[in-house]
Design a protein around this ligand. Structure first.
Ligand SMILES: Cc1cc2nc3c(=O)[nH]c(=O)nc-3n(C[C@H](O)[C@H](O)[C@H](O)COP(=O)(O)OP(=O)(O)OC[C@H]3O[C@@H](n4cnc5c(N)ncnc54)[C@H](O)[C@@H]3O)c2cc1C
Length: 495
């Protein structure tokens, strides 16, 4: 049996690609190295509390917004119950050094109102910034399905102005600049590196609305399970693709799995880390300039993460996340500062579909180098000195949280933690980047179409990270096969 397409990797981008291709009548298989599809979304449960590992909230999922339209088009919405994060403060910004706190709202009008109230002398900067964000989002063909399609505007990374440069030109107010760049945590690239347009495409969705899904990422994974079945997509889990097979003419002819199974196909959509993809092909497939470019792509920040169960409900994290900044002066060296001087991001964990958090996840950006001494070890088989190191990280993170988040003091009854090494092994990114490869000024990420006939790329490396970015990458890549105008017309019918 020959498939029209085999999709490599069952994360959001692979799953979206598989559904799109199957909806158009193609015979599709999807291969996932983990035992179940979408391991990043599934998270884990301790003491009855579910901890998300790859999804806490998203922008653009409010009624009629881009991700809502995409989920309805994919047939996922009927299987999901969404909820709004707090309109008045979906993200709370807290600066320890000077006690500055700001509840970042959703909705452009409310954002303007609260920012201008907080920074009365900066109304012009606020207006210009918000207008710039809106303009970028409105010019993106899949964020705005009403505009004419334009291939170049899909590639936001081509903008050569960083967020930092843009903000510096607008204002000298360091608190305002910190507030407008705090969301760089959501894509793992400092303000001095990310292009303004990449930043705008991501935050613009959160500025519209910030939504969660009851049951977290696991509910989304289960919705994908249902739709894969509905559309007759063959799912191969528990064995990784070890080779992409090419015909004598150099076109895709199949994939080989590590367990020896071969799946013949005419096309292949790779949604894995681009460097991992290179390793699946004969070395001479691409010109060395292209391969070297991919191998040199810089990774997003990694992190230490702590997962805490609480003995009581934590109402202040219901519908809000907390961003703690030791000081607002410098967001550029996140992840290389000592843990105590580093940014901390806190988000809720729930029991099942309950609405009161009974735990939380703390994320502190870190670099892979901090754990490089144990890079040759794998999960479950780390040496004793790593265990000592990790215990120390847990103790310090707990102290950090106790010091700066009095609301959580004494609530932690049980904790787990992960380090950049765990992220590397769990997320399949060579250097433990939370969001894979950076989208940054001066770096050219790969395009969806490759020079190999039948080989397409999607995934967070192609367009942008996050559920939205991964889903968009699938549309942008599959649009090359199915036709962008057709896809966008069908999306419009769901709006
Ligand atoms: C801690 C954390 C929190 C996050 N929070 C949010 C959030 O709140 N909101 C949000 O929108 N986004 C969030 N994200 C980002 C979001 O989860 C990702 O950007 C998105 O899920 C990436 O999807 P993807 O399909 O591109 O990649 P992945 O989900 O990484 O999919 C690639 C898949 O390929 C599989 N694979 C790898 N190699 C092979 C192989 N050789 N053969 C077969 N399969 C293979 C992997 O196992 C993996 O399942 C978070 C990420 C992290 C790490």
């Amino acid at each position: 049996m020959k498939y029209d397409f085999v999709v490599i990797g069952a994360g959001v981008s692979g799953l979206t690609s598989a559904l799109l291709l199957a909806k158009s009548g193609y015979h599709v298989a999807i291969v996932e190295k983990s035992d179940q599809i979408s391991p990043l979304l599934r998270g884990f449960t301790r003491k009855g509390v579910h901890f998300d590992t790859g999804f806490h909230y998203t922008g653009g999922l409010g009624p009629g917004e881009p991700l809502d339209i995409i989920f309805r088009y994919l047939g996922l919405s009927d299987h999901l119950t969404t909820f709004h994060f707090s309109e008045q403060g979906f993200d709370i910004f807290r600066s320890i050094k000077d006690g500055f706190e700001f509840q970042f709202p959703t909705g452009y009008e409310l954002i303007r109102e609260k920012l201008v109230a907080g920074f009365p002398d900066e109304a012009k900067a606020v207006d210009t910034y918000l207008q710039m964000v809106r303009t970028v989002c409105a010019s993106m063909p899949y964020l705005n399905i009403d505009i004419d399609f334009n291939e170049t505007s899909l590639l936001q990374g081509l903008d050569d102005r960083t967020l930092q440069e843009t903000l510096d030109a607008l204002t000298a107010n360091k608190h305002l600049k910190a507030l407008l760049s705090m969301h760089c945590v959501l894509y793992g690239v400092p303000p001095g590196e990310v292009s303004f347009s990449q930043h705008a495409c991501i935050v613009g969705n959160y500025y519209q609305s910030a939504m969660g899904i009851r049951g977290g990422g696991l509910s989304l994974a289960k919705a994908f399970d249902v739709r894969l079945k509905d559309l007759g997509i063959d799912v191969y889990c528990g064995s990784m693709v070890s080779e992409i097979l090419l015909s004598p003419e150099g076109a895709v002819s199949g994939v080989k799995l590590a367990n020896g199974t071969e799946l013949a196909c005419s096309g292949c959509m790779s949604t894995i880390h681009p460097v991992t993809m290179l390793d699946l092909l004969p070395e001479e497939t691409f010109r060395s300039a292209y391969s070297n470019r991919l191998r040199d792509l810089k990774e997003t920040l990694s992190a230490y993460m702590i997962y805490a169960v609480s003995d009581r409900a934590i109402p202040f994290l219901a519908g809000s996340n907390l961003f703690v900044f030791p000081d607002v002066d410098d967001l550029s060296n996140m992840g290389v500062r000592p843990l105590e001087q580093n940014l901390l991001y806190l988000t809720a964990a729930y029991k099942g579909t309950e609405s009161e958090p009974m735990g939380f996840i703390g994320i502190s950006p870190a670099s892979f180098e901090q754990t490089a001494a144990w890079k040759n070890s794998t999960t479950g088989r780390r040496p004793d000195d790593y265990r000592v190191f990790k215990d120390d990280v847990i103790t310090r993170l707990k102290c950090h949280i106790d010091s700066y988040c009095p609301e959580l003091r004494g609530t932690m009854t049980y904790t787990e933690a992960s380090t950049p090494l765990s992220v590397r092994d769990y997320n399949n990114t060579p250097l433990g980047g939370l969001y894979g490869i950076k989208h940054m000024v001066g770096q050219r990420n790969p395009f969806p179409v490759t020079k190999v006939k039948g080989l397409f790329l999607a995934g967070q490396a192609i367009v942008s990270p996050g559920i939205m970015g991964a889903a968009l990458s699938a549309f942008i890549s599959c649009g090359n096969i199915l036709g962008h105008d057709r896809l966008r017309k069908e999306l419009r019918a769901c709006s």
